[in-house]
Write a protein that binds this ligand. Structure first.
Ligand SMILES: NC(=O)c1ccc[n+]([C@@H]2O[C@H](COP(=O)([O-])OP(=O)(O)OC[C@H]3O[C@@H](n4cnc5c(N)ncnc54)[C@H](OP(=O)(O)O)[C@@H]3O)[C@@H](O)[C@H]2O)c1
Length: 154
């Protein structure tokens, strides 16, 4: 199963605010996120999950936390206490890919631990304000494919 990071990153590597808010609102990128991930398992940290109003449609959610009492409050959302347990569960789902959807802490760990096969990065064409960043990574270690799309900031 291919493990794929999907993320939107500003020029200064910011991906969000400590409050959980996104630092921008680009509809085209939300649409791209949805159409890319729909039907596939999505793995995330407890904070990113907590910022959703409700789980995303048609995607098995795997949430990672240290908190053994954490209640995701939605049926079908799977909770695990280590990344490895989460990935082990995903392997049982019989899909050819899964998406790692954040946030900063989770991206950092999966990259550091070499757990990622592919990254789909929407590079925003601006710097953003926020306390949460995507980790710097060595681009020379990745085969890069680039597409460009103009979009409007909302
Ligand atoms: N731009 C984008 O594409 C994008 C995508 C996703 C998120 N974001 C942004 O990212 C921010 C959230 O990221 P974040 O770094 O604050 O938090 P996060 O990575 O979403 O969640 C961190 C939490 O996950 C749990 N966790 C992480 N690693 C773990 C491990 N190895 N074992 C067990 N539990 C683990 C811990 O939960 P406990 O504290 O419960 O133990 C930790 O506090 C928000 O601003 C959001 O908007 C941006």
């Amino acid at each position: 199963m291919r493990r794929i990071i999907i993320v939107a990153v500003a020029k200064n590597y910011v991906i969000g605010k400590a409050s959980g808010d996104m630092s921008w609102n680009v509809k085209e990128d939300f649409d791209h996120f949805k159409s890319t991930t729909i039907g596939y398992p999505v793995l995330m940290g407890r904070k990113t999950y907590g910022y959703f109003k409700k789980p995303l449609r048609d995607r098995v959610h795997i949430v990672i936390t240290h908190d053994k009492k954490f209640d995701p409050k939605h049926e079908g959302v799977k909770v695990f206490y280590t990344l490895q347990e989460g990935f082990d569960y995903v392997e049982t789902l019989n899909k050819d890919r899964m998406f790692i959807i954040g946030g900063g802490e989770v991206y950092k760990q999966v990259l550091q631990e070499g757990l990622v096969d592919e990254m789909i990065i929407s590079w925003m064409d601006f710097e953003a304000e926020g306390e949460v960043s995507f980790p710097r990574f060595d681009k020379s270690e990745w085969e890069v494919k680039i597409g460009r799309k103009e979009s409007s900031l909302k």
